[in-house]
Write a protein that binds this ligand. Structure first.
Ligand SMILES: C[S@@+](CC[C@H](N)C(=O)[O-])C[C@H]1O[C@@H](n2cnc3c(N)ncnc32)[C@H](O)[C@@H]1O
Length: 243
């Protein structure tokens, strides 16, 4: 039996996906408002930065992995134009439903696909751009998911991984205090779920730091990887080129 992290707990590898599903089933309805509250709106700036770096062109094929409620897919949909495609994908039905409904309400027809990032149901070299925003941290076999994202990218295609990362040392204490005292309380008050937001704080601490993730992406088939630290490393955007 292999074990893995679920936040600070150690669980059987086979059980992790079910634990993660429980978290996102629980938070799906309040996910967007919680993101605004917890990050004081900063998640919008982090995502806008990723979208700017993506430089999507009309006609591009884009896959948003672990796309949840669809912030990134929505931004790309208006940029790829009529000739392009954007696919919103996620392993969790509740999150994907929120995303699909939200995009439809805004008049955006974006295919929404329920699938596991570790086994993407696409032919090799299908996409110009793959993005994964705040999703990689939750995956059981991150190397496998990264290799899948490389597989479905065209040669020269780019993977953008937007994820919580390692904050600059002078800010670490204050950030820990906020993460373990404030976040779970906001979770309890707004989403009626303290445990899921404790998991969020813990999962960030056990996620690979900037340099480790860069090395993992290189191993997965990204010949060139740039790292952009955002908000002193609270978040990092890793940009990998398949080559
Ligand atoms: C924190 S949310 C991020 C949603 C969205 N990308 C955003 O930035 O707001 C993480 C998402 O990762 C999804 N996820 C977790 N494990 C996954 C996997 N193995 N394959 C695909 N999606 C996964 C969850 O269901 C959840 O919707």
């Amino acid at each position: 039996m292999s074990e893995t992290h679920f936040g600070y707990s150690t669980v059987d590898e086979k059980a992790k996906a079910a634990h993660v599903r429980g978290v996102f089933d629980s938070v799906a309805r309040r996910y967007d408002v919680m993101n605004d509250l917890m990050s004081l709106g900063l998640h919008r700036a982090w995502k806008a930065y990723a979208v700017a770096v993506a430089r999507v062109r009309p006609g591009d094929a884009v896959l948003d992995v672990a796309g949840g409620t669809g912030d990134l897919a929505r931004a790309f949909a208006s940029r790829v134009g009529a000739r392009g495609t954007v696919v919103l994908s996620d392993i969790n039905e509740s999150m994907l439903q929120q995303g699909r409904d939200r995009l439809l309400d805004e008049g955006l027809i974006v295919p929404a696909l329920l699938c596991d990032a570790e086994a993407l149901p696409f032919a090799p070299a299908s996409f110009d751009l793959v993005t994964v925003g705040f999703g990689l941290r939750n995956m059981t076999h991150k190397e496998k998911a990264l290799a899948e994202m490389a597989r479905v990218l065209k040669p020269g295609g780019r993977l953008l991984v937007l994820e919580f990362s390692k904050i600059a040392a002078p800010l670490a204490k204050a950030y820990d205090w906020y993460s373990f005292n404030v976040l779970p309380r906001i979770g309890r008050l707004v989403a009626g779920d303290e445990a899921s937001y404790r998991y969020l704080a813990e999962s960030i601490r056990v996620h690979p730091d900037q340099a480790t993730l860069k090395a993992m992406m290189k191993t997965a088939g990204f010949g060139h990887v740039d790292v952009h630290n955002l908000s002193a490393g609270v978040v990092a955007l890793h940009v990998g080129i398949k080559c």
